[in-house]
Ligand binder design. Structure first.
Ligand SMILES: CC(C)(COP(=O)(O)OP(=O)(O)OC[C@H]1O[C@@H](n2cnc3c(N)ncnc32)[C@H](O)[C@@H]1OP(=O)(O)O)[C@@H](O)C(=O)NCCC(=O)NCCS
Length: 208
C-alpha cells in the first residue's frame, strides 16, 4: 500500500481531497498551485466570487445582458474556456489545504511569429495581501513559457489598480507603455498600463 503523501512543511499527511487536487496541478508553488477547474469546483468557486462582489466588480467589464458574473454563468465560462487553442483558465488553490483562492487566465493565445498571451487574474477578497497572486502570476508565466512554449506574456492594468501594479512589478514584468482607452471596464473605456515579459528575461534574477 502506498503511504499517504506528507506535507513536508508541516510533517502531516495530506488529506485525500488535497492529494487529488494536487494531482491535477499544472504548476505547484510554495503558497499556491494552479490547476484546471472541474465540475466539482462549482459551489466553492461561485461562493468565492459571491463573497467578493464589490472587490471584483470594479475591475471587470460589464457582463453581457443575462449573464451573471457572480453566479453559475461565471463558472460555466471557466469550464468552457479552461482548455482551448487560444485560452487556458486555471484555479489558484492554496497549497496548505487546496482551497480555491482565485483564478488566473491565459487568453488570446496567438501562435505564429508572435507566440503571445494576455494574462488576467483575481483573488477572492478575504485571501488578498498574502502573496498568493504574485506567486500565481509567476507560476502562470512559467507555464506560458515552458508548457505552452510562448515567447511573450502581457498584462494590462488600470493605473489606479495599485495592488495589481505591485503584483506585476514583484513578478518581474516590465512597464512597457500606456494605452489610452484600452479596455471597456464598468462600461467606460479605461486607460491601461501595459506590462510584459519575454522569455529571454525569465526568470527574473531577483524579484522586486
Ligand atoms: C490585484 C490582486 C489580484 C492582488 O492579489 P494579492 O494576492 O492580494 O496580491 P499579493 O498579495 O501577491 O501582492 C499585493 C501587493 O500589492 C500591495 N498593495 C495592495 N493594495 C495596495 C495599494 N492600495 N497601494 C499600493 N500597494 C498595494 C500589497 O502591499 C502587496 O505588495 P507588497 O508585497 O510589496 O506588500 C487582488 O487584489 C484582486 O483580485 N483585485 C481585484 C481584481 C483585480 O484587480 N484583478 C487584476 C486586474 S489587472
Amino acid at each position: 500500500m502506498t503511504p499517504p503523501r506528507r506535507d513536508r512543511a508541516a510533517g502531516a499527511p495530506l488529506n485525500p481531497d488535497l492529494q487529488r487536487s494536487l494531482r491535477r496541478a499544472v504548476q505547484v508553488g510554495v503558497l499556491v498551485f494552479l490547476r484546471p477547474p472541474v465540475e466539482a469546483d462549482r459551489g466553492e468557486f461561485v461562493a468565492l466570487r459571491q463573497s467578493s462582489k464589490r472587490h471584483l466588480a470594479r475591475w471587470e467589464p460589464l457582463p453581457q445582458p443575462g449573464f451573471d458574473p457572480f453566479g453559475d454563468d461565471a463558472f460555466e465560462r471557466e469550464l468552457r474556456f479552461h482548455r482551448r487553442k487560444d485560452s487556458r483558465r486555471l484555479l489558484i488553490c492554496r497549497r496548505a489545504d487546496g482551497a480555491i483562492v482565485g483564478r488566473i487566465g491565459l487568453g488570446a493565445i496567438i501562435r505564429g511569429d508572435l507566440q503571445q498571451c494576455f494574462i488576467g487574474y483575481w483573488i477572492g477578497k478575504r485571501h488578498t495581501g498574502k502573496g498568493y497572486m504574485t506567486e500565481a502570476l509567476c507560476l502562470a508565466i512559467q507555464y506560458a513559457f515552458e508548457t505552452l512554449g510562448l515567447h511573450r506574456v502581457e498584462v494590462n492594468i488600470q493605473p489606479d489598480n495599485f495592488a495589481s501594479r505591485r503584483v506585476a512589478e514583484k513578478a518581474g514584468l516590465r512597464l512597457e507603455g500606456y494605452s489610452l482607452r484600452y479596455l471597456r471596464i464598468g462600461g467606460r473605456w479605461a486607460d491601461h498600463e501595459r506590462w510584459a515579459v519575454t522569455r529571454e528575461e525569465w526568470p527574473p534574477e531577483a524579484t522586486a
